[in-house]
Design a protein around this ligand. Structure first.
Ligand code: HEC
Ligand code: HEC
Length: 250
């Protein structure tokens, strides 16, 4: 009889201990989203994709969303109000716009939502269409005849407009990585993330401002190209601080 009672007490303690051990994981988060992960297929010529996430407070208490942080500067979030308070049972929508100009392949961005229910992560996926091979061949022919052609006519839509008003890293993404993409680059376009020798400010500034005659690398400096001296300085500063300045020795 004595062992029966001690067994009961021990198992009771175990149940209690286990319940105390996992407080939050078993309790559902007060905010339920229509989806935590959304995907968009971009059309050729698109520069940005819009996402909408609907939040519903499924708890009995009000929830307060204090912040929504995007994983990159390319994502702009639009919220109903700050702080964003959801009464029990209430719903609201946040929208996010991801600027993917100059990118290719598949992108995944995220939003960290901080609320009194704890952090949540929303994932935004974008699949970009490959550039039409025929259009690409024609564009290359046009650029071979005149490397500055990329700054004129219909080329502007993808090679100039996305870069307007940007500096530093954002400008590098919008103006340079469209040709110098890490993946899917044409064979005559070098990978800027790899140094083959010493790369100092003069080297970067000369390449950007003047490009090279007889190749597809255009001169970006005004008046031949679209960039001011300040914009080029911001690219040089970004390259020196974020890209390798010396060739790898091993
Ligand atoms: C719809 C957007 C778009 C338009 C319009 C466009 N380009 Fe491009 N261009 C790109 C992308 C994207 C790449 C990079 C392709 C890749 O890496 O997959 C590129 C790459 C290039 C390259 C590097 C070689 C290559 O094939 O990758 C040259 C040169 C070029 N474009 C010239 C031009 C010229 C000249 C025009 C106008 C006649 C033009 N482009 C119009 C998007 C565009
Ligand atoms: C229209 C396509 C195109 C665009 C846009 C473009 N480049 Fe280039 N770039 C090239 C090509 C092609 C070469 C190879 C030139 C050669 O054959 O020597 C090149 C070469 C270079 C080089 C020399 C790399 C090396 O290792 O020799 C640098 C540096 C460079 N580009 C920087 C930039 C920067 C920075 C930008 C943005 C401001 C940019 N490029 C935009 C096509 C492009």
């Amino acid at each position: 009889m004595k062992s029966f009672w001690s067994l009961l007490i021990v198992s009771g303690l175990l149940v209690w201990a286990r319940a105390a051990e996992q407080p939050d994981e078993r309790r559902p988060h007060p905010i339920t989203w229509d989806a935590m992960d959304k995907a968009v297929e971009a059309k050729s010529g698109d520069q940005a994709a819009g996402f909408f996430f609907k939040a519903t407070n499924t708890s009995q208490q009000p929830v307060v969303i204090a912040s929504v942080r995007p994983s990159c500067g390319c994502t702009v979030v639009d919220l109903p109000a700050m702080p964003w308070v959801l009464a029990p049972g209430a719903s609201g929508v946040l929208s996010a716009t991801v600027d993917f100009s100059g990118k290719d392949g598949t992108l995944a961005k995220s939003l960290i939502v901080e609320s009194n229910g704890g952090p949540q992560t929303l994932t935004l996926r974008i699949t970009l269409p490959p550039l039409d091979e025929e259009a690409r061949r024609q564009n290359q022919m046009t650029a071979r005849a005149d490397r500055q052609a990329v700054f004129r006519g219909s080329c502007v839509e993808c090679h100039v407009l996305p870069a307007e008003g940007k500096t530093g890293e954002d400008l590098f993404h919008a103006a340079c990585l469209n040709c110098h993409t890490p993946t899917g680059r044409a064979s005559m376009v070098p990978d800027l993330l790899v140094a083959h020798g010493h790369r100092d400010a003069v080297w970067w500034r000369t390449w950007i401002a003047e490009g090279r005659d007889g190749t597809l690398m255009p001169a970006f400096a005004k008046p031949r190209g679209p960039l001011t001296a300040e914009e080029i300085d911001s690219l040089v500063a970004f390259a020196l601080s974020h890209l390798p300045t010396e060739a790898k020795t091993n």
